[in-house]
Design a protein around this ligand. Structure first.
Ligand code: NAG
Ligand code: NAG
Ligand code: NAG
Ligand code: NAG
Ligand code: ZN
Length: 748
């Protein structure tokens, strides 16, 4: 293309966008009744709302994406089609019917024959996964029983549909290698009379797969209207059999005989429902900040390997600072770059929080006033860009999962579990007390901090962030299943799967249930399993280790290295849903995302202060009796201890202070119990401080210190003497020793 042509095209593209805008506004004006041609109000060009049967218009030279509703005046539709071949203005294909997303039900899919139940027609869905073993009910494709050219997989779209294309993939299995190389397509309105898709005067032969996992798109030479579509394999991998997974592209067309066609798809929240690449994401975040400058702040926590920034949006009534007593919450999405739904939901959430706050929504206002919320939509932006380029249907199951360097970020955190468990075991064999082994704030192992350690820059950025902000609660948004998992993710003794609860198992189960029970898809008792595991039998929650062991996960690290409790949410069967699914996915997850954030206000919280100076004491240890996991106070002495309802004995101690004990009761209501502590400095500490200031020591303190020293001396002398008395008394000495240690345990 010459420079001249290019600038002409740019002009043409700009004109096209103007034309489209005007046409849409006109269409909107022309129809105010229920037969409205356009259901969305034309707003800034980039945010037309899609509903079922959308089409996307992209121009090459202006990287704006339009999403308009299919039911446009035919003249406009024709214009769009004409333009689609000019100057890189591209009229995208129709969206997927939903074989992958499960919007198409099992009953809508039939086949000529099948090899066995686990390879039945209902398994012929794009990206469906089989279990490790083949041969159960959940295998990785539809496979025909016979190897001939008369086999077919049929999909009933239920409505008249303009079919535009087919996406084909081979069989998912680690034992078999099967895929279809070429196929024909047949269409029908009654599933009796079939019309074969033509290519001019010949029957069209479509190119399928050369690999089991890589999806291949074929567009129909002429988009055709029908209700049923059949994929009819012609040739297949010679040493294998006929197996395939598929997705069908089609737009529902209006059926004049069906008065119920007008489906109510009026989503309340008019958000920017589309996939946002890095640039679009930045633009959207900036626009939210511009809209709500008083309650938001954008900051970055580092860069990806390729240099993309890891942006975070903060929501707070006082952005940029920690407020005493106010808990900090975070959502992290996209640590697996191809699990794209979390990213979009977090972006939706930003828009939603901002708008509802401005509208005066009381619930949102309270949340933002009482919580400091941090939203990281993309932890692995390099991976996302890779998947985004291929698109929601063609990225397959793994493209973009890893960081640019090929690191799985959810295995890249230091494994503190085994450090803690090993220390516990050593303590047991040495007959020491288990309580002496740290159960929280486990330090980073040395190997991990070395220059040449294989640690992704994305992981380092998140670790620094976790260490900087006193987070209390978090969720880590993934995709590809429908389940909420809670720590530990790593099993003990390297078991491949085993229930591995934390000391806070009850609260973690509560957290997971809060999300799962309010999610509209998970909580639907009629939903089918995504791939091969039935999580519904566990109410859609499961211990991470009980699912499969993950050493070095973010959740485990968060729990063992910081105060923050974190669960993983697997948001949808489809890792990268088509843009047309985004409005419904927002509806499915909206309440869950909000109610989960509100859980940061459960349990007890308070401030730990010095009795004399009234100053907050940082790094004080908060111990719940009978609970092998402590937490620590933040910079200002404030702390948050997530707990289920109940009565608890809390002991707080800090270096240089006498410990303090209180009983605190957590009620059912969704706000925390205030439980403040004031600690008294030990005389030795007072002395040290006075010495440091080289001041004079008041007499009463001198006396107290002297008395304390004497007491200690007596105790240790007694122990030494008993030891001298011989082995018979060793038992007794040990007991005494333990008592002495217990009395002075705050010195540990
Ligand atoms: C249609 O025919 C053209 C010309 O023969 C050929 O290049 C193309 O691959 C055919 N497409 C299909 C889907 O059969
Ligand atoms: C199905 O019916 C529609 C509407 O009557 C018609 O336009 C279309 O051509 C038919 N398709 C086939 C494959 O017969
Ligand atoms: C098919 O299997 C035969 C025998 O196992 C082998 O010799 C041949 O190379 C295989 N063909 C392909 C295309 O893999
Ligand atoms: C931000 O706060 C200022 C001062 O309180 C107020 O005047 C202004 O209207 C607020 N802006 C928005 C967008 O809420
Ligand atoms: Zn994941």
């Amino acid at each position: 293309m010459t420079g001249m042509e290019k600038s002409l095209c740019t002009l043409a593209a700009a004109f096209f966008l103007l034309y489209l805008n005007a046409a849409l506004i006109q269409a909107q004006k022309a129809s105010t009744d229920r037969n409205s041609l356009l259901k969305s109000t034309p707003r800034p060009a980039s945010s037309f709302r899609p509903t079922k049967g959308t089409l996307t218009v992209t121009t090459k030279f202006k990287s704006r994406k339009f999403i308009v509703i299919d039911r446009l005046p035919s003249t406009l539709f024709k214009k769009l089609a004409d333009w689609s071949n000019v100057c890189g203005v591209h009229l995208a294909d129709c969206p997927p019917l939903g074989l992958e997303s499960l919007r198409v039900h099992d009953s809508q899919i039939r086949a000529s024959s099948s090899l066995r139940t686990g390879l039945g027609a209902h398994r012929g869905r794009l990206n469906i996964q089989s279990g490790i073993e083949d041969g159960d009910r959940y295998d990785g494709a539809w496979c025909a029983r016979h190897k001939d050219k008369n086999q077919w997989l049929e999909v009933d779209a239920l409505h008249l549909t303009k079919f535009t294309g087919v996406i084909l993939q081979g069989r998912n299995s680690i034992w078999s290698w099967d895929f279809v190389e070429t196929y024909k397509v047949q269409l029908s309105n009654d599933s009796v009379k079939w019309q074969t898709c033509m290519n001019g005067t010949e029957e069209a032969i479509f190119i399928g797969n050369q690999h089991t996992e890589i999806p291949v798109l074929a567009l129909l030479p002429v988009p055709t209207v029908a209700r049923y579509i059949r994929i009819n394999p012609q040739t297949w991998y010679s040493n294998g059999t006929i197996c395939l997974r598929a997705e069908i592209l089609g737009c529902q067309v209006q059926d004049p005989s069906n008065i119920y066609a007008e489906e109510d798809s009026d989503y309340k929240d008019n958000l920017d429902f589309r996939h946002h690449n890095y640039k679009d994401m930045r633009t959207l975040m900036k626009s939210v900040h511009d809209e709500c400058p008083n309650i938001t702040r954008i900051y970055t926590i580092g860069r990806s390997y390729q240099g993309l920034k890891l942006y975070v949006m903060e929501f707070s009534d006082n952005p940029g600072k920690h407020e005493l007593g106010e808990p900090e919450f975070r959502y992290v999405a996209g640590m697996h770059g191809n699990e794209a739904l979390g990213r979009e939901l977090v972006l939706n959430l930003m828009q939603y929080l901002c708008r509802e706050f401005k509208k005066g929504n009381q619930r949102i206002a309270r949340l933002i006033t009482e919580t400091r919320i941090h939203l990281l939509p993309s932890m692995n932006p390099d991976g996302y860009e890779e998947a985004y380029k291929k698109g929601s249907e063609l990225a397959g199951w793994a493209d973009g999962r890893y960081s640019y360097e090929g690191i799985d970020l959810n295995h890249n955190f230091p494994d503190l579990n085994n450090i803690m468990w090993n220390a516990q075991e050593r303590a047991l064999t040495k007959a020491q007390e288990k309580s002496k082994v740290p159960n929280h704030y486990i330090p980073m192992p040395e190997y991990y901090t070395k220059e040449d350690a294989m640690v992704a820059p994305e992981t380092r950025a998140v670790i620094n962030w976790m260490e900087e902000i006193p987070f209390v609660l978090s969720a880590n948004l993934h995709g590809g299943e429908l389940v909420v998992t809670y720590p530990f993710d790593c099993t003990r003794d390297w078991a491949p799967q085993e229930d591995t609860p934390t000391a806070d198992n009850a609260f973690f189960r509560w957290l997971a249930s809060v999300y799962a029970s309010t999610n509209l898809v998970m909580s639907n008792p009629d939903r089918r399993v995504c791939h091969y595991e039935n999580f519904q039998q566990h109410n859609n929650i499961i211990n991470g280790g009980a699912w499969h062991t993950v050493p070095g996960s973010m959740n485990d690290f968060s729990y063992l290295h910081t105060n923050c409790f974190e669960v993983t949410v697997e948001l949808s069967c489809d890792k990268f849903p088509h843009a047309s699914e985004l409005p419904i996915e927002w509806e499915n997850n909206k309440e869950s995302l909000l109610v989960y954030m509100e859980q940061v206000h459960r349990g007890i919280k308070g401030v730990i202060r010095d009795k004399q100076t009234r100053k907050g004491i940082p790094d004080a240890i908060i111990k719940v009796d009978d609970h092998e996991h402590d937490i620590r106070s933040a910079e200002g002495g404030d702390y948050w201890r997530l707990l289920n309802p109940g009565e608890y004995k809390i002991v707080v101690w800090a270096v240089g202070y006498f410990p303090s004990m209180r009983r605190c009761t957590v009620g059912m209501e969704p706000h925390p119990t205030l439980c403040d502590f004031t600690l008294t400095k030990t005389p030795a500490e007072v002395l040290k401080q006075i010495r440091a200031k080289s001041g004079k020591i008041p007499q009463d303190i001198q006396l107290r210190v002297r008395a304390l020293r004497l007491k200690k001396l007596r105790a240790s002398t007694k122990v030494i003497n008993q030891k001298r008395e011989g082995p018979r008394l060793r038992q007794k000495a040990r007991k005494l020793n333990r008592k002495a240690r217990a009395a002075g345990f705050w010195r540990a």
